[in-house]
Write a protein that binds this ligand. Structure first.
Ligand SMILES: C[S@@+](CC[C@H](N)C(=O)[O-])C[C@H]1O[C@@H](n2cnc3c(N)ncnc32)[C@H](O)[C@@H]1O
Length: 259
């Protein structure tokens, strides 16, 4: 039992921390962690890959992402170790002063933020590639007595709509490539609430598959979202407890509004 628990801790600490090549030793100071159970070794991108090889690698990594999150967000031990099961604090604080309307929770996960918003009267649509996490969210929404619309989709291909949302939630969901889409999709006066890791966090966490989508450089986000036409209402880069990993890391927190 003890061995199993220790193994679980190691696995779970690896949410954002599994190297591109499983066999490769972790750089000093970073964790060298075993993969998620049943996932097998990471694919290896050949040197000088052809476009077809690159596309295949990308597809394989996307599939691994789906499987990884299906596991982490629905396994009770994994959830307890890794996830702040409460709604994101920045979101709670920001939504508190606003009249409920339509909300899009991009990369919704297991629904902690979406269910909270629905409980406050928001009409929430949650989108994610991890179908088991969405099913988990629906079950909890039903148990809680709130309605949630969920869609299995890749946010990069999803139709975010035009002037559709009063609130867009990007909670550990990236946002680097989304600024223009967010600008179009928000209603005038609508806001986006974004929290993720600062790039400094990569000193402690290895980056899964070389995917930096949830890691941001200093002031990267306000620049991107200002350039897209949004007004930055709040921006901070504090050291804080991350909602994923639960470690003290540098984070990025932004609230921006469509004029
Ligand atoms: C760190 S979790 C964040 C979940 C949720 N936003 C929260 O804060 O609790 C990342 C989520 O992004 C989802 N995800 C990753 N890539 C995605 C993509 N391209 N499209 C949609 N969801 C994606 C994963 O399945 C996972 O549920």
């Amino acid at each position: 039992m003890k061995i199993l628990m220790s193994l679980a801790v190691l696995v779970l600490l690896g949410v954002f921390a599994i190297s591109v090549q499983a066999q490769q030793p972790a750089p000093t100071g970073k964790r060298n962690l075993p993969p998620i159970p049943g996932l097998g070794p990471d694919p290896v991108l050949p040197a000088n890959p052809t476009p077809a090889q690159q596309a295949e690698y990308k597809a394989l990594m996307a599939e691994r992402t789906r499987q990884r999150w299906n596991y982490i967000l629905t396994d009770s031990v994994a959830r307890a170790r890794v996830l702040n099961e409460k709604p994101n604090a920045l979101l709670v604080e920001t939504a508190a002063g606003r009249k409920p309307g339509t909300a899009l929770d991009a990369d919704m996960g297991e629904g902690r933020n979406a269910i909270y918003l629905a409980q406050q009267g928001w009409q929430v649509t949650g989108v994610d590639i991890a179908e088991k996490a969405l099913a988990y969210a629906q079950k909890r929404a039903q148990a809680t007595g709130v309605k949630l619309k969920t869609e299995i989709a890749d946010m990069a291909k999803y139709d975010w709509g035009n002037n559709k949302w009063d609130l867009i939630v990007l909670s550990y969901a990236g946002g680097r490539d989304y600024a223009d889409r967010v600008m179009r999709a928000l209603k005038p006066g609508g806001i986006v609430v974004l929290e993720a890791f600062h790039m400094d966090a990569t000193n402690r966490l290895q980056v899964v598959g070389g995917d930096y989508r949830v890691f941001f450089n200093t002031n990267e986000l306000p620049k991107l979202y200002t350039a897209a036409g949004l007004k930055i209402l709040r921006y901070e880069e504090p050291i804080g407890t991350a909602d994923f990993t639960k470690e003290q890391l540098r984070l990025v927190k932004m609230v921006a509004q469509k004029p």
